[in-house]
Design a protein around this ligand. Structure first.
Ligand code: ZN
Ligand code: ZN
Length: 349
């Protein structure tokens, strides 16, 4: 069954005849249209139509896989098209103000649905995997470019700019999230967005970033040393790399998110580092940077071929240091294909 038919079944199950899709990632998922924030898709039992405004006529012509209509106001257009048919809206993408306005136009309260796209987006098609593979390739190229500028005295933001520059020049439409460059004590912050701090000899530096290609988000983390680091930093690095490799090797169809997370946790535990691994092992990625399935100690998600996840254990010691290593990986029939190709062995610049 194709994804549109699956969606129609959920619309029917919710007691509606049509769905107004307004979550940008879902609009892009259905239509391929590259500015989904300024568009919507109306799905009925016999039609799926992209609605956008006159600024985007040429773009919709070029990009939309669905028939499209240029409208002045999506709500008026939807009310006119539906006649008496019952509309549903996406609960997590509709503000109360929008809901009330739409209800006013329709003359009734639309049905609210939640999470109907989640199962459709979990398993990627070959075409989606190809985009993620390309996003990972561009991410690898940016890493190489960043290594070339990293040395004592360079600011974290300069490294982040080099990553962004290289991603853009190699075809990324943007950065998947605020680039993390966390050096020395800042490494203890799992989300240490690049600051004006300068890199210094003897520090570990964690880079976490990803390219967006055709709407699809890559995600990779590498940690490198600047000059000579202490024996404890080196021990932590080796433990995290061992945990990351073990968890990566555990990715396979039929494994649960909880099981794969536990593999990394066990390895870190053997090194006395269980308490320092303060977040979950990984997450799915695709049209948004964090989506299902989840790899965490609370996750019952079961891996299936075509799912794309990150594997990213890390350890964090406030006031001292921290590090993480992350790869992007596709679950395959046989096990896995690692999309991130950048070397991750210990490296000192
Ligand atoms: Zn990341
Ligand atoms: Zn991640």
């Amino acid at each position: 069954m194709n994804r549109l038919d699956e969606l129609r079944r959920s619309i029917e199950a919710a007691g509606a005849d049509a769905l107004l899709v307004t979550t940008p990632a879902n609009v892009r998922f259905l239509s391929g249209f590259g500015t989904p924030e300024d568009a919507a898709v109306l799905v009925t039992q016999d039609e799926a139509l992209l609605l956008t405004d006159s600024r985007y006529t040429a773009q919709a012509q070029e990009q939309s896989k669905l028939p499209f209509e240029i409208v002045a106001g999506a709500h008026d257009a939807v009310a006119a098209k539906l006649g008496g048919r019952k509309l549903a809206v996406e609960g997590d993408a509709t503000t109360l103000t929008q809901y009330r306005a739409l209800a006013g136009k329709l003359g009734y309260d639309p049905v609210v649905v939640e999470g109907v796209f989640t199962p459709l987006r979990l398993v990627k098609t070959e075409a989606e995997i190809a985009k993620l593979r390309e996003a990972a390739r561009v991410t690898d190229l940016a890493y190489e470019a960043a290594l070339a500028v990293m040395k004592p005295g360079v600011m974290e933001v300069e490294v982040a700019l080099e990553l962004e520059r290289a991603m853009r020049l190699n075809g990324a439409e943007g950065s998947a999230f605020d680039i993390i460059v966390a050096s020395g004590v800042r490494g203890a912050m799992p989300h240490g967005v690049a600051s004006q701090k300068r890199l210094a000899a003897g520090e570990l530096v964690t880079l976490d970033f990803g390219a967006v290609v055709d709407g699809y988000h890559a995600d990779m983390t590498r940690t490198v040393a600047i000059g000579e680091v202490g024996a404890e930093e080196r021990r932590l690095f080796d433990a995290v790399l061992e945990a990351q490799q073990a968890a990566l090797d555990a990715v396979a169809p039929g494994r649960s998110g909880r099981e794969v997370d536990q593999v990394a946790r066990d390895v870190l535990g053997e090194h006395g580092l269980a308490d320092a691994f303060t977040h979950s092992l990984g997450h799915g990625t695709g049209l948004v940077i964090h989506e299902g399935p989840r790899l965490s100690h609370r996750s019952d998600d079961v891996l299936q071929p075509g799912m794309v996840v990150t594997v990213e254990p890390g350890v964090y010691f406030p006031g001292f240091t921290g590090l993480r290593i992350e790869d992007l990986v596709v679950v395959t029939e046989e096990g896995r294909e690692v999309l991130s190709k950048s070397p991750k062995a210990f490296r000192s610049l």
